[in-house]
Ligand binder design. Sequence first.
Ligand SMILES: C[S@@+](CC[C@H](N)C(=O)[O-])C[C@H]1O[C@@H](n2cnc3c(N)ncnc32)[C@H](O)[C@@H]1O
Length: 248
Amino acid sequence: MSKNPYESDELLQQYLIFHYANAEEQFPYAFGAVDALGFPQRCVSEGLDAALLPDAPRALDLGCSVGRSTFELARKCREVIGIDYSQAFIDAANRMKTQGLHPAWRLDEGSATTLLDLKVDAAIDPNRVHFEQGDAQHIREDIGQFDVVIACNLICRLPEPMRLLQRLSRLLKPGGQLLITTPFSWLEAYTPSENWLGDGAEDSFAGLRSALEPSFELQKQWDMPFLIREHARKFQYSIAQASRWVRN
Ligand SMILES: C[S@@+](CC[C@H](N)C(=O)[O-])C[C@H]1O[C@@H](n2cnc3c(N)ncnc32)[C@H](O)[C@@H]1O
């Protein structure tokens, strides 16, 4: 791809709002799609089994974007690393960490926008959170092992998802939890079709299962709707498939 869309200001504003704007600011309607709000928070609240966490857990958020799930993980984990390929997203996540707030322009209609002051919950300790720019397919070798790894809506944006899937067994401690959510929105622009999981012979989840099952046990599988606002009257409603795995 010649230009990374996740470096664009349009997607930066969209993801800041997706992650940090409240329900009313994102979707000012009492009908439809309400179940799809709060996705980054739900990735943590639905995605983790808190009863399985050891003392002082370490967590990794791969493809963290502007960082909301990373902050949410810090409610339960002592140290959380968020990694994203987009420098613009990591800069915004770091601004949230150091200042606790970040402005964002919300598109309402045409060229009409509203400036929102987005915030991180003051109850979250920002010192537990570290953001870094990096490639989830080539994670630095000295990063260590984790009690929790999440990769939300990332794998169908990678050129080589198998590179990440094959690395996961070394990233998780035995008994560690892995959450993967994905709408399996395969696009040639991101992933050559020969690298789409399951590619023709089986469905994508079967491909995910055969990549993970040697090292992980599937604990739970469910559907997670999510809503990304384009403007006040246009939204992307998608349904990610979520699965929680425990490292053998
Ligand atoms: C669809 S967004 C999902 C973001 C976030 N996890 C969420 O659920 O809102 C995909 C994210 O993956 C990031 N990304 C794409 N390729 C990546 C790579 N090779 N390594 C790390 N992050 C990547 C993008 O910059 C973007 O933030």
